[in-house]
Design a protein around this ligand. Structure first.
Ligand code: GCW
Length: 674
């Protein structure tokens, strides 16, 4: 086993007297032996307590009829008691200490599993167990990872090796599959899409006999950790697999084809949650070809999946990727909204629209997508990306949870109260039960799973955040550090500093004031200011000699007005628009004074110098951890920080040179600009 166990590494010893005093597990659950989740909870507790605290926990399947019999301290030591309690919410748990014993109560076995992993975290953090009293219920029903893994083993936008689900067009099920499921479940993930949303070639065949047995095997491993398996679908499957001559959602033949397919697929895979679909986007087929709407397409699939409780997740990432850069009226930022808002309320109850956090594409800074809170009668799910496609590709450190927190806290004004993105995706705003969050995954078959060791904080953090969105980014970071690297204060403080400085630093030395892009086309790594400026992708900065930015106000593309008030008026007015989004919404002269008091051009220069200084400081602080982190991890990270330092300079110098040459305005601090 060459790969690492990350935050579930039970070989790391802890100093926790209370854990040492525990000697057995008592399962007060009927038929627990048949329940794989309970069995796995027990196994996890036994391995964790033995490895970390040296206590060997024996299993007592049914001790005593009531909790009292177990809880009264026992001559042969204390226990961990697992029990069901009626009246608790699905997946919720209560973890508490009672006279030296520990109790995990839940309404279902997922709750027991989540409580188990929480207890293990408490041991890892060396917290007192006797005084525990943690009542937790996940805020949102769907907590999902989307893997963009292809069946040949490559990963679209993957930065940590190859797929561990697929190799040479075959499905892999092995120990690593189980460890993946354990890691995901331990932070509360309960749904996983195994294949890329761009479904082509062999992946189209995942829903056929060729693969169903193996998909089932994979799904069974997931099921034992409470994770539902989902697949991405090829909308044109009836043509590619069924030899029909269309995929028209209103054709009887096509509907029949899907009904039969769903019957087979759900019949063969009991733990199938449903499907994710990218349609009419970036060359993928969809209902537009037949003059039909997204609702027609999604509902047709939803009807076919409904008898089996299946969910259809339909992505809103739909835009014209054949734009003419000369055209100032078409605005990619508008397209998601314009394509879907007219169909609000037309989707079946088992359809969820999945909406990227911003209207463009996972840039380091974007406004919140106006469909979030725009749609009021449709199930909605937020899509974020922990794969760092535009934020340093897991070579640069960029802890993204602070960004996700800002998005979740954004007030949409869809109602007078409970109107934040967090409220919407938790189902509070519109009373929805099919909702939640999905993240484009950042894992691969690298030994450390995520390329950069610290990128694991984004995986861990996404899970924890989707379970408990009230946690702060700092709390999650601290927790990740302690469960991964132990409780040394210097390690904790230094890694905290690195994580918390990383997103602001990355933003500073890359693209300024919300403009985004400026990356090398296709691979999206490194600076290329004009790389996308004259392309078909709709991603322009419109810089000239006088200024920069895209006019999305009422005088421009009108995008700013897609928000509810007061957001619309704030974004529409360059005087009121927040600095960090100014160039997203407005074309602004370089000499314009920002609310910070600096001119736009001086801000560009300053932030790029400061960004590099911040990275230098991060690298310097990191070096002090030599000898304090596991050797391998230290060396891997040291290499990445070296690259980040160099690469941040490249960003700084290219951006500053570009704007100096365009504007002809000198840096008032007289620093070197090329
Ligand atoms: O971010 C862009 C990526 C594509 C991706 C697409 C999407 C899977 O560059 O690689 O395709 O978004 O989200 O569908």
């Amino acid at each position: 086993m060459g790969y690492e166990q990350l935050w579930l590494d039970y070989t790391r010893k802890v100093s926790c007297k209370e854990a040492e005093g525990i000697s057995y597990i008592c399962v007060k659950i009927q038929d627990a032996k048949q329940d794989a989740l309970i069995a796995n909870s027990v196994k996890e507790l036994q391995e964790a307590f033995l490895g970390m605290a040296g206590s060997r926990l024996t299993l007592r399947q049914e001790c005593g009829q009531d909790a009292g019999a177990v809880q009264a301290g026992n001559a042969d030591g204390h226990s961990i008691c697992l029990a069901f309690r009626e009246g608790m919410k699905a997946e919720a748990y209560h973890l508490f200490g009672e006279k030296g014993d520990i109790v995990i109560e839940a309404s279902d076995s997922r709750g027991i599993l989540y409580g188990t992993f929480d207890l293990i975290r408490q041991v890892q953090m060396e917290n007192s167990l006797h005084t525990l009293d943690r009542f937790k219920a996940p805020a949102m029903p769907m907590r999902m990872l989307n893997h963009w893994d292809n069946m040949d083993g490559s990963i679209e936008r993957g930065y940590s090796g190859e797929s561990f689900f697929f190799e040479k067009n075959e499905i892999i099920v092995n120990d690593r599959t189980r460890d993946y499921a354990r890691l995901a479940a331990s932070v509360g993930i309960n749904a996983v899409v195994i294949n890329n949303v761009n479904v082509k070639d062999a992946a189209t065949w995942l829903i056929t006999d060729r693969y169903l047995d193996k998909v089932r095997e994979l799904s069974e491993v997931f099921a034992e950790y409470g994770i539902r398996l989902y697949m991405s679908l090829n909308y044109a499957a009836p043509m590619e697999l069924g030899q029909l001559d269309s995929a028209d959602p209103l054709s009887d033949e096509v509907r029949d084809w899907w009904h039969k397919r769903m019957e087979t697929v759900f019949g063969r895979i009991p733990n199938l949650g449903g499907f994710l679909i990218k349609a009419d986007s970036e060359g993928r087929p969809g209902p537009f070809t037949y003059g039909r709407t997204h609702a027609d397409g999604a509902n047709m699939l939803a009807d076919a999946a409904a008898p089996y409780g299946g969910i259809i997740i339909w992505r809103c990432f739909v835009y014209n990727c054949m734009q003419d850069w000369r055209d100032y009226r078409t605005d990619r930022a508008r397209s998601g909204y314009d394509n879907f808002i007219g169909q609000d309320g037309m989707f079946r109850d088992n359809v969820i629209l999945q909406i990227k956090n911003g209207p463009m594409d996972f840039q380091v800074r974007e406004p919140v997508h106006p469909l979030l809170g725009g749609l009021t009668k449709t199930n909605q799910m937020l899509e974020v990306q922990i794969a760092q496609e535009y934020t340093g590709q897991q070579r640069h450190l960029c802890y993204l949870i602070p960004m996700f927190k800002q998005i979740l806290q954004f007030r949409t004004y869809a109602r007078e109260e409970e109107d934040t993105v967090m409220d919407i995706v938790s189902g509070r705003t519109f009373g929805q039960h099919n909702c939640g969050m999905a993240a484009v995954a950042n894992t691969g078959n690298d030994d450390n799973w995520t390329g950069h060791d610290m990128a694991a904080a984004n995986w861990y953090g996404f899970g924890r955040l989707s379970f408990e969105p009230e946690l702060s980014a700092e709390e999650i970071a601290r927790e990740w550090i302690r469960v991964t690297y132990g409780n040394d204060e210097q390690v904790e403080e230094t890694l905290m500093f690195l994580l918390m400085s990383s997103w602001p630093a990355y933003e500073s030395y890359t693209s300024p004031l919300g403009i985004g892009w400026m990356v090398t086309p296709d691979n999206h790594y490194g600076p290329s200011v004009d790389g996308y400026e004259y392309s078909r992708w709709g991603t322009y900065h419109r810089a000239d000699h006088w200024g920069i930015g895209v006019d999305r106000s009422h005088e421009g593309t009108g995008y700013a007005l897609l928000y509810r008030e007061p957001n619309a008026s704030v974004y529409d007015d360059r005087e009121k628009c927040p600095d960090e989004l100014l160039l997203f919404f407005h074309h602004i002269p370089y000499t314009w004074k920002l609310r910070s008091g600096k001119t736009v051009i001086q801000h560009i220069y300053d932030s790029h110098f400061e960004g590099v200084e911040a990275v230098d400081e991060m690298a310097e602080q990191f070096e002090k951890l030599q000898g304090k982190l596991p050797d391998k991890a230290y060396r891997r990270m040291a290499g990445r920080f070296m690259e980040q330092k160099e690469h941040a300079r490249e960003w700084r110098d290219q951006i500053n040179a570009y704007f100096y040459r365009k504007s002809g305005i000198i840096d008032e601090k007289g620093r070197k600009i090329y």
